[in-house]
Every structure is written in C-alpha cells, then in structure tokens.
Design a protein. Structure first.
Length: 162
C-alpha cells in the first residue's frame, strides 16, 4: 500500500486567513526574540560600559564638532556607529542615550533616517554584495554612499524639526 501524497493533500487544503495570520505572527515573534531583542540589549550594555568607563564623555567631546553640524551632541555618533552594525542596536543606543538625558525627541528624529539608511551595512556587505558577485573594490564606495545619504537625510530632518 502506498503512502498518501502529502504535497497533494496540502495543495487541496486551503489555509484560512487565521492560519496565515498565526503563522506570520509566529514568524514575527521568532524574528523579534532571536534577532532584534539581543541587538537592543547588546546596545544598552555597550552604552552603559562606555558611560561607566568615561569613554562616552570622551567620544562626545571628540565628535561634538562633527555632530554639531546636525545640531546633535557628540554622543549621537554612537547611534550612527551602532547603525552600521545593527538597526536594532542603533535604536537601543538611541533609547539608552535618551534615558541618560543626552538625546531628546528632536535629536532622535534627526538620527532616525540615518539609522535606516545606514542600517546593518557591515552585516550586509558580505552577505548581499558578496553573494551578488559585486567586486569588493566597490564595497567601500557603496558604504560611503549610504553614509552620505544618511548625512543628507539628517540635514533635512534638522530643518524639519527645528
């Protein structure tokens, strides 16, 4: 006796909208718990380590002239550095700086487009450009272009929020 063809049975069965929703919600939960939350927690820990050691104050002074171009405190550079590694981590850095009183709502609004334009580029360089066959000599240019776009977006947001 032969086994029933499970693919044929699955094709005959129509999933209800509720089944599709539940599967999607479970996938979203899984992504959030396994990918986003650890990045945000890591960002909080890193910011606290930098604050406790005094490195955050030093970085704030060093990058203050650059970040002042967008009306931001020097510590905001950590959001941009975090964005290159992880968008979720950058959001965690921003929220940690808000909790410490170093950033306000306007500052977060200014850096938010940069988080998305620069988000996770270090992770994605090899993952996407490498598998797409883009020669490595162009990777730096592409990374630089996203940073320039982020800077322009921050200038636009500075005009909007001020």
């Amino acid at each position: 006796m032969t086994e029933p063809n499970t693919a044929a049975i699955a094709a005959e069965k129509k999933d209800s909208i509720m089944d599709v929703f539940v599967r999607g919600a479970l996938k979203g939960w899984d992504i959030g718990i396994k990918n986003i939350v650890p990045n945000v927690i890591m960002a909080f820990v890193c910011i606290q380590m930098l604050t406790v050691t005094g490195a955050m104050a030093w970085l704030g002074k060093v990058f203050a002239p650059i970040m002042a171009l967008w009306g931001l405190p020097g510590e905001a550079i950590m959001v941009l550095m975090g964005a290159l590694m992880s968008m979720g981590g950058a959001v965690g850095v921003a929220m940690s700086l808000v909790a410490d009183g170093k950033l306000d709502g306007n500052a977060v609004a200014i850096v938010m487009p940069a988080i998305y334009l620069m988000g996770s580029k270090i992770q994605y360089l090899g993952r996407f450009l490498g598998t797409a066959g883009v020669p490595t000599k162009y990777w730096g240019f592409m990374l630089g272009l996203s940073i320039v776009n982020a800077g322009i977006a921050m200038f636009i947001m500075k005009i909007i929020v001020h």
